[in-house]
Design a protein around this ligand. Structure first.
Ligand code: DC
Length: 206
């Protein structure tokens, strides 16, 4: 069993915020795997060049690039498109495992779409964080409105719906969960309530 907390779930389910807060609470190492995909998508380099980068090189790019651009829905869709490519997924798989091997003496929290199904199927704890589409679109809209007042709710809703479909229906490592996961539905929960649920599940397994 690996010392990984695997957190999977659809876009804007709150999994990133929860993963960060879980890592803070337990003093675990955190890796946002969606950000790795977003950086690779934004870099737009040929595979041969990407293969020369280590996971730590990619993480360094996140400090160099504008966070709002990386986190935009536009770049999210680019990342989701790229994530269908089997060679890219293989490269990302290696990067994510290299990251955890590097921190082999510590616990790590990784959030994404396939962490508990493909990247670390032997994770000691697997959480699937979800919420209904409307709730997720509203949360995303509130966030993005702070940086772009022209943003439209209907566009955000459509983008997230499209990304969900793409992430769920792709051939390789699609987003899904099974009974090895603890399901946490945050539709009617505040982030503090959801965090409380996650902490009690993890504590019961440590
Ligand atoms: O978690 P996020 O919204 O930042 O992820 C952006 C995209 O990256 C997501 O729509 C699909 C892809 N992704 C993936 O395929 N596998 C992961 N483990 C993480 C992200």
């Amino acid at each position: 069993m690996s010392s990984v907390v695997a957190i999977d779930g659809p876009a804007c389910s709150g999994k990133g915020t929860l993963a960060r807060k879980i890592a803070e609470h337990f003093q675990f190492i955190y890796l946002d795997t969606g950000m790795l995909y977003r950086i690779i998508a934004y870099l737009n380099k040929p595979l041969e060049e990407l293969c020369n980068l280590s996971v730590f090189d990619v993480i360094k790019f996140s400090q160099k690039f504008n966070n709002n651009v990386l986190r935009s829905e536009e770049n999210g869709i680019r990342a989701s498109n790229l994530a269908k490519d089997p060679q890219i997924r293989e490269l990302m798989l290696k990067m994510q495992r290299d990251f955890v091997n590097y921190h082999s003496k510590e616990f790590c929290v990784l959030d994404g779409r396939d962490i508990g199904t493909v990247v670390f199927p032997d994770a000691f704890c697997k959480l699937f964080i979800t919420a209904d589409l409307e709730t997720r679109a509203k949360r995303r809209f509130q966030d993005l409105k702070k940086v772009n007042e022209h943003i439209k709710y209907n566009d955000i809703f459509a983008d997230i719906k499209r990304r969900d479909e793409q992430d769920i229906k792709r051939d390789i490592a699609p987003l899904h969960y099974d009974n090895s996961y603890h399901l946490i539905d945050t539709t009617k929960q505040s982030i503090e309530e959801a965090l409380g649920c996650c902490i009690s599940v993890i504590s019961s397994l440590l």
